[in-house]
Ligand binder design. Structure first.
Ligand code: 13P
Length: 257
């Protein structure tokens, strides 16, 4: 890790209930109070407001798991960037593997979400990553290259400062199979290379590229100690404040090392 400030996000996915989300948020607020890493949580939509209240003053970024690119209008079931901002949201995920592969979002849709999020002044966390089939076919770099380029299409260098890239190999998500620190580092270097081609070395050196996929307290430090792994996006382990706290601390200590 370099002088890039670590970013550690908890993606709660479709988990928790209202009371559980509030309790978890209070736990995260405690963790974040003395954390040198930037800490974010991405609760389900209905709990954004109570979670935001539970996090008040703790310096934790309130994040949303999804957004619709249009500003308003007849889009039943969708939520705009402005609505999220109104609820205190400062970061939005785009391109998460579950939205790509379960819900069926394509790169064009994902790019619209990235652009809308940035235009609304929020942080966009763009997720990329290969499936097991793609990895076994030797297509990891090609997939990450394409998803990064298409996801960032039309993003200015100025707005890139509000982009975090999350490398999340699909085969490692929720499976207990983590990429080795070396494999993850390799993917991160390649993704940074794509950013460098698009925006130059200086911008590429500043953008945070975080790892997601079965990151846990016992593997977090080794992953985040890699020079190009600038934090983590945590699913399962973010649902327990103690585990999430251990990962946040691992990110901070990897940054100091
Ligand atoms: P797990 O940590 O549960 O593998 O999920 C990772 C993830 O998808 C974070 O967005």
């Amino acid at each position: 890790m370099t002088d890039r400030r670590p970013f550690v996000g908890g993606n709660w996915k479709m988990n928790t209930d209202r009371a559980g989300a509030e309790a978890l948020a209070r736990g995260v607020a405690e963790i974040a109070r003395d954390a040198s890493a930037e800490v974010a949580v991405f609760p389900p939509f209905p709990y954004l407001l109570p979670v935001g209240e539970a996090l008040a003053g703790a310096g934790v970024i309130l994040g949303a798991q999804d957004v619709y690119h249009q500003p308003d209008g007849a889009f039943t079931g969708e939520v705009s960037v402005a609505m999220l901002g109104d609820c205190g949201v400062r970061a939005v995920l785009a391109g998460h593997s579950e939205r790509r592969h379960v819900i069926g979002e394509d790169d064009r849709t994902i790019n619209k979400k990235v652009l809308a999020t940035l235009a609304g002044g929020l942080i966009s966390v763009l997720c990329v990553g290969e499936t097991l089939e793609q990895r076994e076919a030797g297509r990891t770099d090609e997939v990450n290259d394409r998803q990064t380029r298409l996801g960032l299409a039309g993003v200015s260098e100025l707005d890139l400062a509000r982009v975090v890239i999350a490398y999340e190999p699909v085969w490692a998500i929720g499976t207990g199979r983590t990429a080795t620190p070396e494999d993850a580092q390799d993917a991160h270097v390649k993704i940074r290379g794509v950013i460098s081609q698009l925006y130059g070395d200086r911008a590429a050196g500043s953008v945070r590229i975080i790892y997601g996929g079965s990151m846990k307290p016992d593997n977090a430090e080794a992953l985040m100690a890699q020079p190009d792994i600038d934090g983590g996006l945590i699913g399962g382990a973010s649902l327990k404040a103690a585990d999430f706290g251990a990962i946040v601390r691992a990110g901070a200590s990897a940054a100091r090392a």
